[in-house]
Each structure stands twice: as structure tokens, then as C-alpha cells.
Ligand binder design. Structure first.
Ligand code: NDP
Length: 480
């Protein structure tokens, strides 16, 4: 498959190149081979992208929502027709198994386009009667939105951000992570093919400095970032200086709590999905698995047995269930955490070794709250199992973190399940399930894990603002 795009950027409806920008080599994590060479956006490319978005946005917002929705639906249909090739490219970009990218990445992006295509025409204002006079409200587009993506779900993130933004009549300039720059260019091409006007969705490549230039530009009305807490804090501060709207989807260290009355097989399966899917490179992962003492040994035994069956290998082989980490740099970071966990006294149950750029699915037991593994986001296939005895204890320990992205509870006692979820400080929660993120459900974090929500009706509010209009029907009552 051809992995080299026609040019690095997509601006005003067409590919655009400027070889003066620093080189970005795109590496297939499965083999370490360079599969594309791109250039970072220069100031001229950034200027062209912002100017075209600004110029196109008002006419786009003036279309009927149903017309914008029709274009988004066409784009979703094209994605579904080309799902296989797009998923292969996603696997080249990320190293994630084709089995996963076919099922999760572009399909959930297409879901988002369809969902917001249907939702946009239903967004209405309110009327407030005031006797003779009245007030009505209109939900209007914000203008130009900047989207900045992480490397773990590059195409899904591009769709999750653009779908609500464009459905509401905004234009977007999107900067993918320089580690995974290919999918967003495909999306830009597909939008044009689906009939979207030029300039409504632009892609510029680059590292943090390009993102920084976008965030501080006065023509930008909103910034939506998916990334780490430290980047989020910087970008949020830069956006605040220009009084811009923000959505921040950041990291986590989420608790997955297994009570001893839970279905053992379901809890083990969920803990594996919550730590090993995408080789653990998922923000909402349940990386602190709290297991009640009565079930602990049986849980660890089944976990080790089932983890041993995971098929690691060539990401393009449909039998492969587990791929390499996204980059050599990230691999080094994850292996560093592995060393710290061992040094701090966590008990290694299985895994723990590197195999090339792969890291074996790894389980540590007897992890305590003070250990680095229980406090910091590893973003790799490293599960920490912690013991607990009582409900009050586990809730307090689960909440004792700066993060608040997600949480899960496994128990047969539904009263307890709802009580515990009610007490957990997390934005996205599951009961007897984990990491399912349908577009119908709001997704996002509390505390340091972010602000705003993606997906669902809630996302509409983050890509629009309310204008309120007072209509006077009588004489003006002036006291002078
Ligand atoms: P980073 O925070 O390193 O980067 C995120 C994006 O921000 C990248 O495109 C990056 O560019 C860009 N960036 C970096 N510095 C700046 C800056 N000063 N101004 C503007 N943009 C900047 O995250 P990763 O890409 O390493 O992704 C992993 C992180 O993302 C994890 O913490 C994970 O939890 C989180 N994440 C959160 C999700 C959520 O929905 N809550 C989902 C997925 C991941 P570049 O990489 O080119 O430097």
C-alpha cells in the first residue's frame, strides 16, 4: 500500500507542501521502517490554513444544518466503503493490530460523523415570554476551531473533534501528533469528496510549536486538545490568554474495582481489555485494578492464564491481537516504568520483558498506593493489581489521585455498584463493563483529566454558543 501522502498538509481543499519545514519521518512501529516523509508546517502554511478556515466558515454556518449533515453522512459512507484500506493505513501509522483498527478506529470515527449529522438539525433555541415582550435564543457556531490530536487514536480523534465542530457550522484546523500524521489527511480528502467546501477542514503537520502557533492566533475561537496533562495545562493557559473556548481530553490513572461477588471471567476479561487493548495506549484505561481480598488469588490465576494466550505479532496479520508500542521513545519510557515497578517491590505475575519494540502484556500484583506504578500514567501494557478489603476504603483510595478520567466497578450487587459509582470522582464510568465509548455517551474527565465532553449531545455545547435576543414590542420606556 502507498503510505506516502501527496503532500504534508491539506489546506483550502487541496494538498499543500512547503519543504522548508523540518522533516518528519513516519515510522511503521511493526518493523521500524520509514513509510513516509513529511514536513512541519511553516508560518506560511499555518497562515494559509487559518486564512482559508476564516474565509470559508461564515458561508458554511449559513447552510441549513441538514445540508451540513448530508455532507458529513456522505463522508461516513465513504469511510465505511474504504474501511479496509483506511484501517491498514491506520495500522501502519500506529502499529496497532489490523484486527483492532478495523473494529475500533475509523468505525467509531464514522459513527461520530453520522451521529452529529443527525443531531445538528435538532439543535434549537428557546423562547422566554415576558408578557408583551419576549426573548429568544440562537445556538451559533464559535468560528474557527483548532483540533490537536494524540497519537493513540489519530483518525478517531480527528473525527470525534471535527464531527461536532463542523456539524455546528465551525471550520477546523487540525494538527495530528507528528508521530501519526497520516489518517487526518485521509479524512480531509474524504470531506472534499463528500462535497464539503474548501477551507472547512484543514490539516497542518508539526510538533508542539506548530500547535502553539495555532492556539495563540487571534483568529482562533476554540481549542480542543487530546494529550497529556502537562501539555493540556500549557495549551489551556495559552487559550485562556486569548479568552478562547477549550475542550481538554487528558490522561488518567483510572480505578477498576472488582468486588469478590463479581463474575470472575467478566472481571478478568475487562481488566485485560482495560490494560492490553492497543498495547495499553488508551487514556481511559483501568490501570489501577483494585481486587477485593476474597477473590484476589483466583483473579490473579485466571488473569495469568488468559494473558498467556494473547497473540503478539505482525500487526497486519489478522490473527494478531497485540502490537508494538507506537515509537522507540515511548517504548523506552514504558520499560523505564517497568524497572521502577520491580525496584519498588511490585510482584511480577507475568510479562515484564521487551521484545523489540513490543512490551509483553504485564501484570504486577501487591502494588501499593505509594508506588510510582499506582500514581503515574504509563500508557503501556502494564497492569497494576492492588488489594482492598472494604467499600469505603477502596472508594477513598480510588479517589486519591489528581486524575479523574474514568472508573469501573464489577459486582453482582447493583445497589453497591451505583453507590460506588456515585462516590467515585471520574467523568466516564462503567458498571460490569469497561472502555466502551459509544458516540451516544458523553466522554471526558474531571479534575486534572480535563474539561468539556466529547461525543453525545453534550459536545454540541462545546462547539457553539448562545446568543440571546430581546424583542421589544412596545414603546421604549426611557426615564429621561
Ligand atoms: P502530548 O501531550 O505529548 O501531545 C498531544 C498533542 O499536543 C500533540 O499533537 C503534540 O504535538 C501537541 N503539543 C505538544 N505541545 C504543545 C503546545 N505547547 N501547544 C500546542 N500543542 C502542543 O500527548 P501524546 O501525543 O503523547 O498522547 C498521549 C497522552 O494523551 C496521554 O497522556 C493520554 O492519556 C492522552 N490521551 C487522552 C485522551 C482523552 O480523550 N482523554 C485520549 C488519548 C490520549 P507533538 O506530539 O507533535 O509534540
Amino acid at each position: 500500500m502507498a503510505t506516502q501522502p501527496k503532500a504534508s498538509h491539506f489546506v483550502n481543499g487541496a494538498y499543500l507542501e512547503d519543504t522548508a519545514g523540518a522533516v518528519i519521518e513516519v515510522i511503521y512501529p511493526g518493523t521500524g521502517t520509514v513509510i513516509a516523509t513529511l514536513h512541519e508546517a511553516t508560518p506560511a502554511v499555518i497562515e494559509a490554513a487559518l486564512a482559508s478556515a476564516r474565509a470559508a466558515q461564515k458561508d458554511w454556518a449559513a447552510l441549513r444544518p441538514v445540508e451540513r449533515g448530508r455532507i458529513l453522512n456522505r463522508a461516513a459512507a465513504i469511510i465505511r466503503e474504504r474501511l479496509h484500506d483506511l484501517s491498514v493505513l491506520e495500522t501502519y501509522d500506529t502499529g496497532k493490530p489490523l484486527q483492532e483498527t478495523l473494529a475500533a478506529d475509523w468505525p467509531s470515527g464514522a459513527d461520530a460523523l453520522e451521529y452529529f449529522a443527525g443531531l445538528a438539525p435538532t439543535v434549537t433555541g428557546e423562547t422566554m415570554p415576558l408578557g408583551r415582550d419576549f426573548v429568544y435564543t440562537i445556538r451559533e457556531a464559535l468560528g474557527v476551531c483548532v483540533g490537536i490530536g494524540a497519537w493513540n487514536y489519530p483518525s478517531q480523534i480527528a473525527c470525534w473533534k471535527s464531527a461536532p465542530a463542523l456539524a455546528m457550522g465551525n471550520a477546523m484546523v487540525f494538527k495530528p501528533s507528528e508521530v501519526t500524521p497520516l489518517g487526518a489527511l485521509q479524512l480531509a480528502e474524504i470531506f472534499i469528496e463528500a462535497g464539503m467546501p474548501a477551507g472547512i477542514f484543514n490539516v497542518v503537520q508539526g510538533r508542539g510549536a506548530v500547535g502553539g502557533a495555532l492556539v495563540t492566533d487571534p483568529r482562533v475561537d476554540k481549542v480542543s486538545l487530546t494529550g497529556s496533562v502537562s501539555t493540556g495545562a500549557r495549551v489551556y493557559a495559552a487559550a485562556a490568554a486569548g479568552m478562547k473556548h477549550v475542550t481538554m481530553e487528558l490522561g488518567g490513572k483510572s480505578p477498576l474495582i472488582v468486588f469478590d461477588d463479581a463474575s470472575l471471567e467478566d472481571a478478568v476479561g475487562a481488566a485485560m481489555l482495560a490494560n492490553f487493548y492497543s498495547s495499553g495506549q488508551i487514556c481511559s484505561n483501568g490501570t489501577r485494578v483494585f481486587v477485593q481480598k476474597g477473590i484476589k488469588e483466583r483473579f490473579l490465576t485466571r488473569l495469568a492464564e488468559r494473558t498467556a494466550t494473547i497473540k503478539m505479532g505482525d500487526p497486519l496479520d489478522m490473527e494478531t491481537q497485540f502490537g508494538p508500542l507506537v515509537s522507540a521513545l515511548h517504548h523506552e519510557k514504558v520499560m523505564g516504568y517497568m524497572g521502577v515497578a520491580k525496584a519498588e517491590g511490585a510482584r511480577l505475575i507475568c510479562g515484564g520483558e521487551a521484545v523489540g519494540q513490543f512490551v509483553e502484556p504485564t501484570v504486577f500484583a501487591d502494588v501499593t498506593d505509594a508506588m510510582t506504578l499506582a500514581r503515574e500514567e504509563v500508557f503501556g501494557p502494564v497492569m497494576a493489581v492492588l488489594d482492598f478489603e472494604t467499600e469505603d476504603e477502596v472508594v477513598a483510595r480510588a479517589n486519591a489521585t489528581q486524575f479523574g478520567l474514568a472508573a469501573g466497578v464489577f459486582t453482582a450487587d447493583l445497589t453497591r455498584a451505583h453507590r460506588v459509582i456515585g462516590a467515585l470522582e471520574a467523568g466516564t464510568c462503567w458498571i460490569n463493563a469497561y472502555n466502551l465509548t459509544p458516540v451516544e455517551a458523553p466522554f471526558g474527565g474531571v479534575k486534572a483529566s480535563g474539561v468539556g465532553r466529547e461525543n453525545s449531545r453534550a459536545a454540541i455545547e462545546h462547539y457553539s454558543q448562545v446568543k440571546s435576543v430581546y424583542v421589544g414590542l412596545g414603546p421604549v420606556d426611557a426615564p429621561y
